[in-house]
Design a protein. Structure first.
Length: 708
């Protein structure tokens, strides 16, 4: 969703400067509407709103130039941390830099969901003292080895490599990034535990010597080498240990970038996670100087849509509003309808317009009409409401349940109205059980309003001033002052999903029952909400207690079955255990029907013909060649050529050879999921996080890149 400026060849000249509109927005300027060729609407495809799955991002012409992209491209910008809410273009920037830059490598660390604890987290609270600094040194050294590996990849015949660097490469090149981090963390952790100051000093000096020698090899004209760190939230559990790790990692990223002239590390981070780091880190001002937000103005959002509408057309329209006017009837009204319901997030705009395009296509319209925009609104609202609960599930588990209690009520609330709403939810047993970890800490009207404002659910209406909604970047998280005359307004994008009435709520009678919202009750068939979360808790605790080997094999199979049922029930159906073929010779641990219409499982069905997905369970840590041979034997043209192999260990490089052989010989794919992956799926479900398949997609991408 971002683009580097370059000269374009177009049949219709493009104005690079958008005329200033009468309003302070990017409303397309009124003029004679350009004529749209017949049947164009039937052919257009806006693309995927989720950058992880969006094939159109391979085309540099769909990107829009933004300040965040400028900082990513400009090595002298000093910006290291790209912070914003979900759907504002972080992954798109990472994709653009990976595709268009040289000496660039993207990594998705898993280290921030540590399975071991730090014993005494408070020991790491002071970022200036030795325990925390030792952790920073460990991450810094891991980043330096990764950069050296990237450098060696580009300059394999470099002569005169300094001895410290040569030793570092030889010793740690075979490990992946997470393994290096764990190695250095254990090394410093052991020294800290034993009080071995001499060992700690030696580790610190070793890191500094490598840094100094890295400066030497770059003293000539060595080009910039860049690490792009993304997908932190895929493995983020929100634990105190994970927060300590991430805080130290961010300091390490900044230090590496500022001390090695030819190297930099760019970290793409969700705003809600960054807020937790900022609240914990007493030296967060050091980090904040290197933060850039992901804000978009209306002009850039308009260009985003126009570039995608133009994609595939032989004769391109100008990117000054002409494209929008060509595709939309009542273009001014249509544009403001979209902006009123989107929070200036590119993903929201893409989703809304995609729904409107589908409506126009289904209705056989030659241009997109206002009724298509209106029809898309409810679908967009449902989508946006689900996504909000998912986005903040790590900070406020099951927050979607609290938001659902606004169902059927009013759009606007007085201070007293919010106070009576809080009193009612504090008497709601379901909310107390599932949200008790955070709801009491935010039970005063001031804190509750600030919380809802911070997640973008409401705006604040001070007397005599327009309603203020928070921006999408990290710079504007504090709401206006909250006083007893304050009114709060739920954002329009949630009105349809919650069936809100256009009314001011001053109080809620005790006799008033909360309404029910259907989209929240999206659970596996036959169980209620409490049973669902009890099942997740049982699966999580049982997984850790299962004994490795034959003795616990049946129990592990049951847990894998529970993961399928509890986490993938929206797409994988008709689950059958111990499934045999018609001859009774082949027994598969689990077979599921793949009903996905989009996302990861739809990709699997299209690419591997996987109308059925086979899950094979191995209750041990180390896989053998026989395990992969068995997986390949399960693949058929009828059921599909995709097998999930769940086991108790970590992925090893040797496994990729077996998967590549299966890809070559059987035209199939084996997806490896370790115990840690199963835990992540269960924890996401427990937090109320709607499975968007980011984690399993990352697992697939990792293996695919290794075997290709």
């Amino acid at each position: 969703m971002v683009r580097r400026r370059k000269k374009e060849k177009r049949s219709t000249p493009v104005n690079t400067v958008v005329p200033e509109p009468k309003r302070q927005d990017a409303s397309p300027a009124p003029s004679n509407d350009p004529k749209l060729p017949k049947y164009t609407i039937k052919k257009i495809n806006i693309g995927q709103a989720f950058a992880e799955y969006d094939a159109s991002l391979e085309d540099p012409e769909v990107y829009v130039y933004t300040p965040a992209l400028a900082s990513a491209e400009d090595a002298s910008s000093g910006k290291v941390f790209f912070v914003g809410r979900r759907g504002v273009g972080k992954t798109a920037i990472r994709k653009y830099c990976s595709q268009n830059g040289k000496h660039v490598r993207a990594i998705a660390p898993e280290i921030f969901s540590p399975s071991s604890t730090l014993h005494d987290v408070e020991r790491f609270s002071n970022v200036k003292q030795r325990p925390f600094r030792s952790l920073v040194t460990a991450f810094r050294r891991a980043l330096q080895v990764e950069l050296l590996d990237l450098w060696k990849e580009g300059y394999p015949t470099y002569f005169g490599t300094p001895p410290e660097i040569e030793e570092e490469i030889q010793e740690f090149q075979s490990l992946d990034f997470d393994e290096r981090c764990l190695h250095f963390i254990r090394q410093t952790g052991d020294a800290l535990s034993s009080g071995d100051d001499e060992a700690l000093l030696a580790i610190s000096k070793k890191t500094k010597r490598v840094t100094d020698e890295m400066k030497i090899i770059g003293s000539g004209s060595l080009p910039m080498h860049t690490l792009l760190v993304d997908s932190i939230d895929d493995y983020w559990e929100g634990s105190d240990e994970g927060l300590v790790y991430l805080t130290a990692f961010m300091h390490a990223c900044l230090e590496v970038t500022t001390t090695i002239p030819w190297a930099r590390v760019l970290l793409f981070l969700r705003e809600n996670i960054f807020e937790r780091v900022r609240a914990r880190d007493t030296e967060s001002s050091r980090l904040e100087t290197a933060v850039i937000g992901m804000e978009w103005n209306e002009r850039q959002l308009l260009e985003l849509i126009e570039r995608r509408l133009n994609k595939g057309l032989t004769a391109k329209y100008a990117l000054d509003g002409a494209t929008w006017r060509a595709f939309f009837e009542n273009h001014d009204e249509a544009w403001h309808n979209v902006l009123d319901f989107c929070q200036r997030r590119p993903r929201d705009v893409l989703i809304y317009i995609s729904h409107a395009v589908e409506s126009a296509q289904n209705n056989g319209h030659e241009r997109i009409r206002i009724e298509d925009i209106q029809q898309a609104r409810r679908r967009f609202s449902d989508n946006r409401f689900k996504d909000l609960g998912d986005e903040y599930a790590e900070n406020y588990p099951q927050i979607a349940l609290v938001l659902s209690r606004f169902y059927g009520l009013g759009t606007t609330y007085t201070y007293g109205g919010i106070e009576s709403f809080i009193n009612k939810i504090l008497n709601d047993l379901e909310i107390i059980r599932l949200c008790g970890s955070w709801i009491y800490d935010n039970a005063t009207p001031e804190k509750f309003i600030r919380l809802l404002y911070g997640i973008g659910f409401i705006g604040i209406n001070a007397t005599g001033k327009p309603t203020k909604f928070r921006a999408i970047g990290p710079q504007d998280t504090s709401p206006p002052p909250v006083i007893d005359t304050t009114e709060v307004v739920i954002h329009k994008c949630y009105w349809d999903a919650l069936d809100l009435q256009d009314k001011l709520v001053r109080s809620l009678p005790d006799s008033k029952d909360f309404g029910k919202i259907e989209i929240i009750e999206d659970l596996p068939g036959g169980i209620d909400r409490e049973e669902y979360f009890d099942a997740i808790d049982f699966a999580l605790s049982s997984l850790q207690e299962i004994q490795l080997g034959t003795k616990g094999a049946a129990d592990f199979e049951e847990i894998v079955g529970d993961v399928i049922k509890l986490c993938f029930f929206r797409t994988l159906e008709n689950i059958e255990p111990k499934s045999r073929d018609y001859e009774g010779r082949v027994i598969r641990d689990w077979v599921t029907a793949n009903r996905a219409r989009d996302g990861f499982w739809a990709l699997v069905r299209a690419r591997y013909g996987a109308v059925q997905v086979i899950w094979e369970c191995k209750n041990y840590a180390d896989l053998s060649a026989d395990d992969f041979h068995q997986a390949g034997y399960y693949m058929t043209d009828i059921g599909g050529r995709f097998v999930v192999l769940a086991f108790r260990g970590e992925i090893k490089p040797i496994y990729f050879q077996h998967i590549r052989r299966i890809a070559d010989n059987n035209k199939g794919f084996v997806l490896l999921l370790g115990e840690k992956d199963l835990q992540i799926f269960l924890r996401q479900a427990k937090n109320g996080k709607i499975i968007k398949e980011d984690h399993i997609q990352e697992r697939y991408d990792l293996i695919l890149r290794k075997i290709t």
